[in-house]
Design a binder for this molecule. Structure first.
Ligand SMILES: [Zn+2]
Length: 463
């Protein structure tokens, strides 16, 4: 059994939305109370109250009717969160991590977790528990919960960029197979994570898989350009430090958060899809061991602002976590190995060659040539446990399956144009090539308008 969480959006009326946010605000109040209480105690030389049971006793001593519609179950989940965070920090500090901080920041909204038995899910309706005497709170889910109701263990109410979600956590059994379909641990595939190809997999029997991430990269580029344009457009009316922002500014900030949240969701979804494709492919070929190259050791090195941006947008931690979770549930062992030098070593003669500039790897010593990312995958497979046994009988992938991640992204197909992309021909919304969002209206003395409407110089060379 493994625990898995799915995020489901809420469809709420204005009243339900107000009540849900009221609950989250009340949770934030509970959190702030605990922080304040422990600060008060510290100032008087008393030990902080951190254990869940002791905090619950304090809560019941506080009496009823202090936190709006929030009931005891919800308030306790905040206490549990505080206690868990405190002990996690204490453990990290004990292990020598001096930078670990105890919880100290107050938040307006805190997520609320409800455990099994305190909530009800009926088809696409969810009942959240509220305090005694309050009207029952039923909300509609925007999709069916992807787990059988009996397996659901908890729901967590969260707000992100002004939208309400529930994270539904369920206990999911590990997949079982008929004996002839059982993944074989002796069958090893090497996975090379990358930007262009989130996963390049070199498997046994000369088979390979390339998952293309061009749609993800396009989404990242468009988002970056859009964010820059937005920032440039509002830079003049941004409040100075210490100055109170206007309503217009608050609206801009809300919009910005919404766009950021949407971008994050899109990338995460596409990375989940990419990982799913690898696991499906591996299960169909009875691959029982995935050896994944972990590039995170070399990513901390300073490599210029463009490269740093590329590395941050890659979200490699999430990418590997997706694959790990899905592999675990499919009954496939996943091991992480250092990927240093794997894309510049020849898989045929095992000698180092200069790192190829494009996607084609050619060995200058023995004449071997192949796809660069699959070369990385093949070399990674050899580094894992049991890799040496199988690689002798293995050959370099000749049958390559191509898959794409992020098919849902706008602009991935001609039928869904991305509104952030500048149109090549006139649209219903305006003349072609007009910058979007519109540049700020400024007087004739400022050169801003002229600069923005200038055509961009043609790009030289290929990246
Ligand atoms: Zn070679």
């Amino acid at each position: 059994m493994v625990m898995r969480t799915a995020r489901v959006g809420l469809r709420v009326s204005a009243g339900q939305r107000r009540r849900c946010f009221g609950l989250l605000v009340a949770a934030g109040d509970v959190w702030a109370c605990v922080l304040d209480m422990n600060r008060w105690r510290r100032q008087r030389g008393l030990p902080a109250i951190v254990s869940y049971q002791a905090l619950c006793r304090e809560l019941s001593a506080a009496g009823p009717g202090t936190f709006g519609e929030l009931d005891t179950v919800g308030a306790r989940s905040v206490l549990r969160r505080y206690s868990d965070a405190w002990f996690a920090t204490a453990k990290r500090r004990k292990d020598g991590e001096a930078a670990a901080r105890y919880p100290r920041r107050k938040r307006r909204l805190m997520p609320l977790r409800y455990y099994h038995g305190t909530f009800t899910i009926e088809r696409r309706q969810l009942r959240l528990p509220v305090g005694r005497g309050c009207a029952p709170l039923w909300v509609r889910l925007d999709r069916a919960v992807p787990y059988p109701p009996a397996q659901v263990r908890s729901v967590t109410l969260v707000a992100e960029a002004g939208r309400l979600f529930v994270d539904v956590t369920a206990e999911v059994p590990i997949a079982t197979y008929p004996p002839e379909r059982q993944p074989d641990p002796e069958r090893v595939a090497g996975v090379d994570p990358g930007v262009i190809h989130p996963f390049a997999v070199a498997g046994p029997d000369g088979e390979g898989l390339l998952v293309s991430g061009r749609a993800i990269r396009a989404e990242t580029h468009l988002h970056l350009r859009d964010a820059k344009d937005r920032r440039r457009a509002v830079a003049r009316r941004a409040p100075k430090p210490g100055q109170l922002g206007s309503r217009r500014w608050r609206k801009h900030r809300a919009r910005q958060r919404k766009v950021e949240g949407r971008h994050r969701r899109r990338v995460r979804q596409a990375q989940h899809e990419a990982a799913r494709q690898v696991i499906t492919w591996a299960v169909a070929r009875r691959v029982g061991t995935l050896t994944v190259g972990d590039p995170r050791g070399v990513l901390a090195l300073e490599a210029g602002r463009r490269h740093n941006r590329r590395v941050r947008d890659w979200r490699i931690g999430h990418l590997i976590r997706c694959l790990k979770d899905k592999a675990e549930q499919a009954g496939i062992t996943l091991t992480l190995v250092d990927e240093r030098g794997t894309s510049s070593t020849c898989p045929a003669c095992h000698r180092r060659v200069p790192k190829p500039k494009n996607r084609n790897f050619t060995c200058i010593r023995c004449g071997f040539s192949g796809h660069r990312d699959l070369v990385g995958g093949a070399n990674i497979a050899r580094r894992g446990p049991g890799g040496t046994i199988t690689t002798n009988t293995n050959m370099f992938p000749v049958v390559i399956m191509h898959r794409r991640a992020g098919r849902h992204l706008p602009g991935a197909g001609p039928s869904r144009r991305d509104p952030r992309r500048s149109p090549h021909h006139g649209t219903a919304h305006g003349s072609p090539g007009r910058p979007w969002p519109a540049p700020p209206r400024v007087g004739s003395r400022s050169p801003t308008t002229a600069r923005i409407s200038q055509p961009t110089p043609p790009q030289r060379g290929k990246r």
